[in-house]
Design a binder for this molecule. Sequence first.
Ligand SMILES: Cc1cc2nc3c(=O)[nH]c(=O)nc-3n(C[C@H](O)[C@H](O)[C@H](O)COP(=O)(O)OP(=O)(O)OC[C@H]3O[C@@H](n4cnc5c(N)ncnc54)[C@H](O)[C@@H]3O)c2cc1C
Length: 197
Amino acid sequence: MMEKCDVVIVGGGPAGSSCAWKLGQAGVDVMIVDKKEFPRDKVCAGWITPPVLEELDLDTTDYQKHGILQPITRFITGMIDGQEVETEYHRTVSYGIRRCEFDDYLLRRSNARRKLGTAFLSLRREGTDWILNDEIRSPVVIGAGGHFCPVARQFAVIGELPQPRPSDQPTVLAQEIEFEMDKEVTVHGSGLIFSGV
Ligand SMILES: Cc1cc2nc3c(=O)[nH]c(=O)nc-3n(C[C@H](O)[C@H](O)[C@H](O)COP(=O)(O)OP(=O)(O)OC[C@H]3O[C@@H](n4cnc5c(N)ncnc54)[C@H](O)[C@@H]3O)c2cc1C
């Protein structure tokens, strides 16, 4: 049976869930579709700044019941075999978060209907509505699928957006490790040293 909503959002990351949260506050019936089940991981350095918390109106006390919010006040940075530079701010300039917790928290807070473990497969127009995956009918569709957003790609196919051009930028590979911080840790990565307190 066809499901209906006011807005369907593809992607339940921070962009999709924050958008759904705001729309929900305005009384809009939102459905979020994501190919992953949550909590899910996302490659990320996991740093957010105080203005991010402000913008998201994040209740830090409630958040800390569910996840890690590590204040960062000082950095030591340097190149391997190069001189280290210490920067002390004497105030919280960043927080360390875990994306599996952060994204899951924001998604649940959005209170939107969720269709998780459901990949975007198709999008077509029927009258004034969009039909997603032949199972969701909505007058508005929002693409929040991240870097390779399938909605943006689909719109390019149907001519509503310019075709993505092959990038002449070099490809950057990222590797992530996660570890528990005690007092102070120093990580020596390829070409980068990071130390956080
Ligand atoms: C190595 C690295 C480090 C980073 N470090 C930081 C950092 O420290 N701080 C910071 O603020 N930002 C950081 N970023 C950037 C940050 O991760 C992104 O800006 C952020 O995740 C974008 O959020 P989003 O909601 O737009 O997309 P995403 O978080 O990517 O979410 C997109 C969602 O769409 C879903 N989706 C994708 N395709 C489909 C499909 N076909 N069907 C259904 N669902 C789909 C995905 O499963 C995903 O849940 C980093 C990025 C990288 C690559």
